[in-house]
Design a protein around this ligand. Structure first.
Ligand code: HEM
Length: 141
């Protein structure tokens, strides 16, 4: 679990990046699809070319969901309940893919927000995404 100062660091980071959710999310998705092509299979109905509106729109949705979850960091189970159902029961995303997306989100932040993403913030953010992943993959069986 995150310490109080780690929670504060995560919340502050989301506030800092909130105006760029779409571009950050789009880049993280593009990195995911290029580095781990097996993840493309879930998005065959999307235009995955660089700069596509599908990437921007979906990237914005993912980062917005994470930003909302950060505001409910003490109650992630409730905050993510619907998304957890969606990914486990409807989409059936392989649980291992969450770790890959978590990684490419962090790469994207490290590149574009290096001054706000120092070692301690990065550690806090990594723990946050690990908790998110645990909730989003908790309903698989
Ligand atoms: C849809 C968040 C991980 C595949 C969504 C939506 C959100 C979201 C907010 C839109 C839900 C809606 O429209 O009601 C997240 C978060 C993740 C995550 C926060 C982890 C940090 C993944 C992974 C995959 C994936 C790892 C597969 C590699 C999908 C697909 C959709 C979706 C296929 C439906 C897209 C569409 O047809 O519009 N996700 N997701 N998600 N997600 Fe995830």
């Amino acid at each position: 679990t995150l310490t109080e100062s780690e929670k504060a660091a995560v919340i502050a980071l989301f506030e800092k990046i909130s105006s760029s959710y779409s571009s950050i999310g789009a880049e993280a998705l593009e990195r995911l699809f290029l580095s781990y092509p097996q993840t493309n299979t879930y998005f065959s109905h999307f235009d995955l070319s660089h700069g596509s509106s599908d990437l921007t729109t979906h990237g914005g949705k993912v980062m917005t969901a994470l930003g909302k979850a950060a505001k409910k960091i003490d109650d992630l189970d409730a905050a993510l309940s619907a998304l957890s159902d969606l990914h486990a029961f409807n989409l059936r995303v392989d649980p291992g893919n969450f770790k890959l997306l978590s990684h490419t989100i962090q790469e994207t932040l490290a590149i574009h927000y290096s001054s706000d993403f120092g070692a301690s913030t990065q550690t806090a953010f990594d723990k946050f995404l690990t908790e998110i992943t645990a909730v989003l993959t908790s309903k698989y069986r």
